[in-house]
Write a protein of this length. Structure first.
Length: 301
């Protein structure tokens, strides 16, 4: 009888799953964002279950590892656990923060730090099987340096330009073109009426970073602040985990840090100066591979 394991990465922007049979890739799929802090725990787990169920085709997995954004609250974790056991009934189940997946995708075992900058942001570390975190409070209270914050600041600049308080230029015109609006009312409507405004604003971040890289002064100020905030997350969580003065990995993960840009240059420069003993690792495998690896490990152990 074949061994079936499932890895699930339910991040703030997308949910990805991989199903493996006897160590070989059998199926994979992805869907839109499922952060329970945005759409609610019941709605988010329903999306996850539908995606997993469709790829399992009736099989009962030997192990399922789910890394999810927004499971810090006990009630959300309980809803996820109950729903998965009732619907999928894996023989073994592990539910962990999605940040741990990102770390384990690059550092399968042992100590390390991961800095994630995508739709949201967080600093996360593991030392001697203890976990540490800094930030990751969501778009209401945190997500410093994230795609959401960079996009939000770009829209704020555009609103000021539409008000006449800032110059209208290539960036503000591009943001208006992106939303297909020409005035304050239209721009506010696009943002406030969106079902997931944090994700929509995060989609603007690459545009702001690109303008910054090309020398746009206002965009550069936004990106400089983002780099400072992200470096602070990494520095603080490394210090909490007592890894800041050790030869440990510091993984840069998330969509904003995948390609070289002014943001990554400023961030890496600051990290190198402030954490000179740590090893910066870029372009890690996708977090869903960390989930699959942990699921495989559950079966072996």
């Amino acid at each position: 009888m074949s061994r079936v394991v499932v890895g699930v990465d339910a991040g703030a922007s997308r949910v990805r799953i991989i199903v493996a049979r006897d160590g070989h890739l059998a199926a994979q799929a992805e869907a839109a964002a499922v952060n329970p802090n945005v759409v609610g725990a019941d709605a988010s787990i329903a999306i996850i279950l539908d995606l997993v169920r469709g790829q399992l085709r009736g099989a009962t997995p030997d192990a399922l590892c789910l890394g999810a954004a927004g499971i810090d609250r006990d009630t959300t974790l309980a809803i996820y656990t109950t729903a998965i056991k009732a619907d999928i009934a894996p023989r073994q189940l592990m539910i962990i923060p999605d940040a741990l997946l990102a770390l384990r995708a690059a550092v399968p075992d042992g100590d390390g730090v991961v800095l994630i900058a995508g739709t949201g942001s967080i600093g996360f570390a593991v030392r001697d099987d203890r976990t540490f975190r800094c930030g990751g409070y969501g778009h209401v209270f945190g997500d410093e340096g994230s795609g959401f914050v960079i996009g939000r600041e770009g829209v704020r600049l555009t609103l000021r330009a539409l008000d006449g308080r800032a110059p209208s230029d290539g960036l503000t015109k591009s943001i208006c073109e992106y939303f297909r609006v020409s005035d304050v009312r239209g721009l506010l409507s696009c943002v406030y009426e969106d079902a997931a405004p944090n994700r929509r604003l995060a989609e603007l971040a690459p545009m702001v970073v690109a303008f910054a890289s090309d020398g746009h002064r206002a965009a550069a100020k936004i990106v400089q602040q983002a780099a400072l905030d992200l470096a602070e997350l990494a520095r603080t969580v490394a210090r909490h985990a007592e890894l800041s003065e050790r030869d440990a990995a510091l993984v840069l993960a998330g969509g904003l840090l995948q390609e070289n840009s002014l943001l990554t240059y400023l961030l890496e420069t600051r990290i190198t100066n402030e954490l000179p003993l740590m090893r910066v690792e870029k372009n890690p495998p996708p977090p869903v591979m960390g989930a699959l690896s942990l699921a495989e490990r559950m079966v072996r152990e």
